[in-house]
Design a protein around this ligand. Structure first.
Ligand code: GTP
Ligand code: MG
Ligand code: ZN
Length: 351
């Protein structure tokens, strides 16, 4: 195996001269677990940690390596451990607002070709949440594909209804499948190409890890039954890249409870493209589509061309993303001012 087979394509090759360091090689982050890393290259997978210099240079949580990143690393101890010196720029990424009050980004994975957005058609099915994942993918320039799992648990007509709900709001490809009956699995396997990287995203308990186990053909990774209400219990606890024997790479992630969106302007415009198209016909160029006269969005809702539900989800996500964006920029400004203050004090102490 070569690093090219692990996704080190021409895009990264173009950076290789700049990123090569004496005694170092290139490797890909294959797992992240609370500040400790595993990296992978042509000779296998080994634990790695960051250099103090790299840690010192980090300005935001987004600068920390995440699963899927390419790095420059120095191997030691007979190639059984490594130190990470530099992180390559990211070709694509998946990120969200970090959970809780704190307004910051959380990187989920980097250099992903396709994100499988997994919803169970049983308990978890939720078109409004699906919108959030689609925005996340568009924001990071990742191609999305929706996987509707556990089709064995609902009758065919209910499944058809769910599929038509998705196709009425989005052109995204959807595949319905069951890890129990195996329906849809051939199509799923055909979607996976050698050398390409896929990430599984979705709530806890929707069957992400089960999909991987079925692909591998063994119960390699831990899964757990969901409770009667469908509420998952977070079985997978770390982000991990797995190389299938056929050569495709899959990243399993722990289930997400919230999919917060920070200032994903482009992502929102891509996912809600009908709003951009309609806006062109609003009387006012800066129409908020709420109460202005001559609003084409309101007209589309009245005529039934646009669903009330999708409209309210659009407004909600837009408002939330703008709010987080402002808080985030504010926080960055304060952090920067504080950083400057520290530097001045340090300098004064030296003088
Ligand atoms: N009936 C049915 N059950 C399934 C299917 N796929 C997975 N399950 C069950 O759903 C439960 C949860 O599956 P996991 O694969 O652990 O779910 P997960 O998405 O990885 O969950 P987290 O790791 O917590 O994010 C397990 O008991 C699986 O056996 C399916 O197609 N049909
Ligand atoms: Mg799992
Ligand atoms: Zn309008």
């Amino acid at each position: 195996m070569k690093i090219k087979d692990l996704g080190f394509d021409q895009w990264f090759e173009n950076y290789s001269t700049e990123f090569l360091q004496e005694g170092c090689g290139f490797a890909r982050i294959s797992a992240v677990n609370r500040g400790s890393y595993l990296i992978m290259n042509e000779s296998g997978e080994i634990p790695a940690e960051l250099t103090g210099k790299l840690l010192y240079q980090i300005e935001s949580s987004m600068d920390l390596p995440c699963v899927g990143d390419w790095v420059t690393a120095y191997n030691y101890n007979d190639d059984t451990a490594a130190i990470i010196h530099r992180v390559f720029p990211r070709k694509t990424f998946l990120r969200r607002k970090s959970a809780g009050e704190n307004v910051d980004y959380q990187m989920i994975a980097a250099n992903i070709d396709t994100a499988f957005i997994v919803q169970s058609c049983h308990f978890d099915f939720n078109p409004n949440r699906l919108d959030r994942y689609l925005i996340m993918a568009a924001d990071g320039h990742v191609e999305p594909i929706v996987l509707l799992t556990k089709t064995d648990l609902i009758p065919q007509d209910e499944l058809d209804q769910k599929l038509s709900i998705i196709s009425s709001v989005s052109k995204v490809s959807v595949l319905a499948l069951s890890s129990i009956t195996g329906i849809g699995f051939d199509e799923f396997e055909q979607m996976l190409s050698p050398g390409r990287t896929y990430c599984l995203l979705g709530s806890s308990g929707v069957g992400k890890t089960t999909l991987i186990n079925r692909l591998i053909g063994r119960e390699t990774f831990h899964t757990k039954a969901v409770s009667g209400t469908g509420e998952g219990t977070h079985t997978t606890s770390r982000r991990q890249l797995i190389v299938l024997s056929q050569g495709a790479m899959l990243i399993d992630t722990p289930g997400m409870r919230e999919v917060g969106i920070v200032g994903a302007g482009d992502g929102i415009n891509v996912e809600f493209e009908e709003f951009a198209a309609l806006s062109l016909h609003c009387r006012y160029a800066n129409c908020s589509h709420k109460h202005e006269p001559g609003c084409a969005v309101q007209a589309a809702i009245k005529s039934g061309d646009l669903s009330e539900d999708r409209y309210s989800n659009y407004l909600k996500i837009k408002k939330e993303s703008e709010f987080y964006e402002m808080s985030y920029l504010d926080k960055r400004k304060k952090d920067k001012a504080f950083g400057k203050f520290i530097k001045t004090v340090k300098k004064q102490m030296k003088d």
